[in-house]
Design a protein around this ligand. Sequence first.
Ligand code: UD1
Length: 338
Amino acid sequence: MNEAFPPVTEKFPVLVTGGAGYIGSHAVLALLDQGWPVAVLDNLVTGFDWAVPEAATLVVGDIADADLVARTLAEHKIGAIMHFAGSVVVPESVENPLKYYDNNTVRSRALIAAAVAAGVPHFIFSSTAATYGIPEVVPVAEDMPKRPINPYGWSKLMTEQMLADATAAHPFNACILRYFNVAGADPQGRAGQSTAGATHLIKVAAEAATGKRGHVAIFGSDFDTPDGTGVRDYIHVSDLAAAHVAALEKLIAEPERNHVMNCGYGRGFSVLEVLDAVDRITNVTIERRLEPRRAGDPPSLVADNSRILATLPWRPQRAELDTIVADALAWERRLADR
Ligand code: UD1
């Protein structure tokens, strides 16, 4: 089934919102590598203009600026939108929920409305495993209950619902990709996670390994997991970017109006396993400090990825933990040299 759809012959311009950010910039590279013309729309609040390759056009502005979005869609003859722009820090969403509902929900609504009004038929949305909350069953599949435990997860789930309803009402196709824990960097060193003050484990560990911070905190060692630390399904950002291109081609070949797919590898690693991988690769032991659990952290979050494997011709290329960590470390060293 998954090899069935024909190659796309006519490649139209794709608008990538948040294309100057971490995951978006990797999607831009994946699209360009496959011959898709790309326009990036980014307000550069957390993204970097230097992260946008010269082959893509950068439009600096906000997804909620209806005039700008309408003009951009028309001028660049956009045929599909990949929507990455948004806010992604879970603890911040607890402290400042309305920022998250604004950036991830309200502004997404404006973008979806612009796409529907302009007749852009294909929309790919960055969603998250945080929509599941604390799953009763792991690995977690798409149809299992969605009970977010933080405003970040809710802000994304609400946008999922808007997309589902919009696809039912309009000639509009959407693919919702629920990411598990995204990590690593472009293997060719063209892009990586550059945000200052990062909170994500592999980024934090890479910073510690390159001397940018003194230690790594382990948030909780008393979870009901094999070694007591939190278990996550870490997916390489380049594999995730490739999944977006495959999802776009699927929407074009077989518009089914609304797809929802987990993006993960279906296996988990604990915090200690991640830190051991960093130590192994660098030959240096990072200092670890045991700290209390972080509010709202589920013990274990691993994807059931059978749907994406059955639906798309996508196959993981860089799933080894050591590969993910090595690519993250290589990018961290490049950033240190900048
Ligand atoms: C969270 C969301 C995820 C979302 C991502 C985006 C949940 C359950 N998951 O990932 O859906 O896409 O944010 O921002 O809300 N850890 C440490 N020390 C650190 C950092 C992390 O021990 O310094 C631990 C955490 O407790 C957790 C694991 O490492 O067990 C991964 O944490 P992190 O990288 O922050 O991602 P999530 O919170 O899992």
